[in-house]
Design a protein around this ligand. Structure first.
Ligand code: CA
Length: 225
């Protein structure tokens, strides 16, 4: 396994490089975000370990640039223990996983291996509707090839609809899933999420049959016969 480490802290960087090498993982280490983006874009790494606070280009920006450039390798974000908003933003921006500082090298190695397994073992096919493509594994949505940042909830709702294109799902069916996300949901939460998705993806991205439900358009099959 060959991993790109993007980390500006010399102590952490050296410890990770040496520690992972002992576990049989080859580490290429760069110390700023600009170089990180360049290397990750041009060389075939199995995974990227990405610090967020980086000189020259912020880690979150590196993440977005890689994903919008179509690079789908597993990316593990390294973040401070108290920065919950960073974790959420990282996952929303296309990170596969995160690890909290300070971390054990064994845990980092285990996360890298499981990231690779989930990527290669049960790769979920990309879901499509019109110009939209949803990547279930990397949690990315693109419109005409450009990544569109969605909240975790918007993503989950869109994934639900895109798994059944052309088949309306009732408000009750969808709300059941919303409640399944584990917190109290405002009575208009579904409408708010649909509204946000349409605003980000286009008014015709999600259609509605009054009294029946919401759905995404199904692409016309072009080669069925
Ligand atoms: Ca840093």
């Amino acid at each position: 396994m060959r991993v790109l480490l993007v980390e500006d802290d010399p102590m952490i960087g050296e410890a990770v490089r040496v520690g992972l090498a002992r576990l049989g993982i080859t580490v290429d280490w760069v110390r700023d975000g600009e170089l990180g983006l360049q290397c990750a874009s041009s060389e075939p790494f199995d995974a990227v370990v990405l610090d967020l606070g980086l000189p020259r280009r912020d880690g979150m920006q590196v993440l977005r640039d890689l994903r919008s450039g179509g690079h789908l390798m597993p990316i593990l974000v390294v973040t401070a223990r108290d920065a919950l908003s960073d974790r959420v933003a990282g996952l929303d921006a296309g990170a596969d996983d995160y690890i909290l500082k300070p971390f054990e090298l064994d845990e980092l190695a285990a996360r890298l291996r499981s990231g690779l397994r989930s990527r290669s073992g049960r790769a979920d096919p990309v879901l499509r509707s019109g110009a939209l493509a949803l990547h279930p594994d990397s949690k990315i949505v693109t419109k005409a090839g450009a990544a569109v940042p969605l909240s975790a909830r918007e993503f989950a709702l869109l994934e639900l609809l895109m798994r059944r294109p052309g088949m309306p799902m009732s408000r009750a069916q969808l709300e059941e899933r919303l409640l399944g996300w584990g917190e109290e949901v405002a009575s208009n939460a579904l409408e708010v999420n649909i509204h946000n998705l349409r605003r980000k993806l286009g008014a015709d991205s999600i259609l509605n049959i009054r009294g029946v439900g919401y759905f995404v358009p199904r692409d016309e099959a072009t080669c069925t016969r």
